[in-house]
Design a binder for this molecule. Sequence first.
Ligand SMILES: [Ca+2]
Length: 464
Amino acid sequence: MQSYFQTAFLAVLLTAAVATGLVMNATVQAEEPAAKEAPRAVDAIAKPKLKPNIIFVVADDMGWQDTGFSGNQVVKTPHLDSMAASALWFDNFYSAHATCSPGRMAILTGRTPLRAKMVTTVGPMQDGEITVATALKTAGYETAHFGKWGLGREATHPTKVGFDEVIWSKGHYNNGVEFFVGDSDKRDEKPVKTEGESSIATVKLAIDFIQKRAMRKQPFFVQVSFGSPHGPHIPHEDFSKLYPDLQESDQNYYGEISGLDAAVGNLRQELRRLKIEDNTILWFVSDNGGIREGSGGKSKGQIGVRTTGLLEWPNKITKPMRTTIPVSHMDMYPTVLDIVGITLKHQPVIDGTSIVKLIEGKMKQRNKPIGFIRGGKVAPETPNICKTSDAVWIDGKYKLRLTQAKKNKPQRTTLHDIFADLTEQENLADQQPEKVQKMLNALALWRKSVQASYAGKDYKRNQK
Ligand SMILES: [Ca+2]
């Protein structure tokens, strides 16, 4: 881990933030949320150690190099850059899966998406998954989801998996979005109408929720889930005009990201105004790989790829840190439960691990490998898909990629050093056959476990 704060860099960021002045420029007409059903309860042993407020902010299709702080020379992201300058910055933050919904399921459950039969882009996840919202309710948290959902309706509707207040969209959305409220999902059921930039409008809804809890000193968990920068790229003009010299498609793409960035700025500003920023964990991630070469590679659709990740928690992270230790979506759930001190009595298998030690600056290396399975465009009933599909296994500095035989191409195994060879140009498999075999063995064991979950093994007795 290395410190990265630089005075000159911060000065540039502050100048950019002032110059853009892009906060609070969307208006929202929110109606009172509809009455909601009680979320599912679970048995838990909650021995709260700390009760920080927790906010997950999830971008849609944003790549790891779509921010100024990560090296993009074009995009203007002063607020995310400012966040990075005081946060834990994950240099190697891995998406749990290739596309939108599976990554989101992993964020909420700590599990690889195929355990919930999420083999491809869209949901639903399986009934029986336990979300971080459900778990946090056992420790007295109030919970809310705002924005893109994508994990199903009916049994896996956000109101049924732990969220008290829900203002949501089935998928990605654009400016002027009309969100659904509570358990409604029909256009004529009193939607929340928004105006202005879509990410700013989403954050505005979250701020309304947060303000009420802050006044009561009530711990909360909020997921803010943007529809940007998922295509189609239709930016608000306040943000596309930041890029007058770019061609239109670039203005549109970067305009969406700058809108999202301003929304994050509004959220951080409000946490400071409410004087709750020190005791609030703000975890910003994207759901899958980027969609453009300039995003750090066109990696949406691939498994075992990096995406963006920042964690801000001033009470614990008192100086900026940048880490190369691999972390993934699947670590978010176990980390939050570890911080708050929650153990579920019937916790389904978790694939991630708590990174509390990393937050404390005490983790030298990761103690648990990270696995990825493609699934792909297959029927959910495909036999042994978890054992036979393409897979990636990250253990320490090594990434093993197993690509199954296709048509005329034989099965291929590659091994890369993810620290020394960022773009994975050099295949070390022939040089290190013992390492490869050891990783293949571990991967095979893990795939067997995922296959058992896929078959429904995990969903027992957790629901009262
Ligand atoms: Ca996405």
